[in-house]
Design a protein. Structure first.
Length: 111
């Protein structure tokens, strides 16, 4: 399986996991010429922007370690852009999620 297929499968796994917790999927792989967001989901009056990372092993660290300050800045820009074009009026929260090779999902709220 190529890396794109693996990433799509990880995104699907995270979306299903969060849907079981009451989140509603708005869009997968939202992108424009400036930025991209893996998952946009809502719960109540909050919108969540979710970066999905897949790790086949911990040899190179966790997926969360790949959320660099630069990536966090890009996520904030993408979230602000999505909010502006979709006229969202609720709270916005950035999340990172990691899926391992067993399909286990961990989610972390980003600052």
């Amino acid at each position: 399986m190529d890396t794109t297929s693996i990433g799509r499968k990880a995104e699907e796994t995270v979306a299903k996991h969060l849907e079981k917790e009451g989140y509603k999927l708005v869009v997968k792989n939202w992108r424009n010429r400036f930025c991209e967001i893996d998952l946009v989901m809502t719960k109540g009056d909050e919108v969540y922007f979710i970066e999905v990372k897949y790790r086949s092993s911990d040899r190179q660290g966790s997926g969360f370690e790949y959320i660099t300050p630069k990536k966090l800045k890009q996520m904030r820009f993408a979230a602000e852009y999505w909010i502006s074009v979709n006229d969202w009026d609720g709270d916005a929260i950035l999340l990172a999620s990691e899926v391992d090779n067993r399909g286990s999902v961990q989610v972390l709220e980003l600052g």
